[in-house]
Design a protein around this ligand. Structure first.
Ligand code: BT5
Length: 248
């Protein structure tokens, strides 16, 4: 499957972080929207809050520049909506490359789980300078998963999926373009609709770490902005914009 010509690809062997490289390119004003950085391995892959993303050869390290604001649709999408577009693209990719997988879920806001274990992570970073842009970074475990993470991790190959990273690149790039365009033409609600029924632990007790004090309550769903809604034990409802979900 050829890469859609709307992308501009930088394919690399080793880089510190594809997100950092995409940001570097985006700050050079001639890098167009949909500039894509793909590396075979990362020596300093990052998760959120500067956590480490284990990045040996065999998995997919994919980062895309999206120039903002996107226009059109029912609402002007913000960078956070791109996280949901990325999650929906990963879900479509996993379904394509590991057909028949059961127990596919999204742990709000940015993890894709297979059999309850993390198979992909998403890191969206926005730059709201004079020429605003976001970098959508996706790490997809294709052939390998770490065994020393606080939460279990897995990879596509362990679920009968492909171990071919080039196929994963093709499928993810096509799926992301679909959701990028859906965001522009139909708005964030249409993108999130494709994640309905996939939210891990919906209706169950979870713990959310978003500030100093962890919040524990029942995960009631997302509001119209994609924020997590939690019914606390005291009956009050809290919405969380950013945070980490833990299963209790
Ligand atoms: C994420 O952060 O899940 C976002 C990961 C984004 C990685 C991509 S790779 C391409 C692009 N370039 C980058 O530098 N980053 C992006 P977070 O929710 O903070 O989860 C990080 C945690 O996941 C770590 O602290 C580990 O516990 C765990 N982890 C690390 N490597 C992993 C892996 N390969 N598979 C599963 N879990 C992993």
């Amino acid at each position: 499957m050829p890469l859609d010509p709307r992308y501009t690809l930088a394919a690399l062997d080793t880089i510190g972080s594809t997100n950092d490289e995409a940001k570097r390119l985006a700050r050079q004003s001639d890098a167009p929207t949909l500039t894509l950085v793909w590396a075979r391995r990362q020596s300093a892959g990052r998760g959120r809050l500067e956590r480490r993303w284990m990045s040996p050869e065999g998995n997919l390290y994919w980062s895309c520049v999206v120039r903002l604001p996107l226009v059109g649709g029912q609402a002007a999408p913000v960078a956070g909506d791109l996280c949901f577009a990325a999650a929906a693209a990963v879900v479509a990719t996993v379904r394509r490359l590991a057909p028949g997988v059961a127990d596919l879920a999204v742990k709000w806001p940015n993890d894709v789980l297979l059999g309850g274990a993390k198979t992909a992570g998403i890191l969206v970073e926005a730059d709201n300078g004079a020429a605003p842009f976001a970098v959508v970074g996706i790490g997809l475990n294709v052939a390998w998963a770490p065994d020393d993470t606080p939460y279990p991790a897995t990879c596509l190959a362990a679920h009968g999926g492909t171990a071919d990273v080039a196929r994963a690149f093709d499928a993810l790039s096509a799926a992301f373009l679909h959701y990028h365009d859906l965001l522009i033409t139909a708005g964030p609600t249409a993108v999130r609709a494709d994640l309905d029924g996939l939210w891990a632990r919906l209706g169950e007790r979870i713990e959310v770490r978003a500030g100093a004090e962890p919040l524990v309550g029942v995960f009631e769903g997302l509001d119209s902005h994609g924020r997590l809604c939690l019914r606390l034990d005291n009956g009050r409802r809290r919405t969380v914009t950013v945070g980490d979900v833990f299963f209790v």
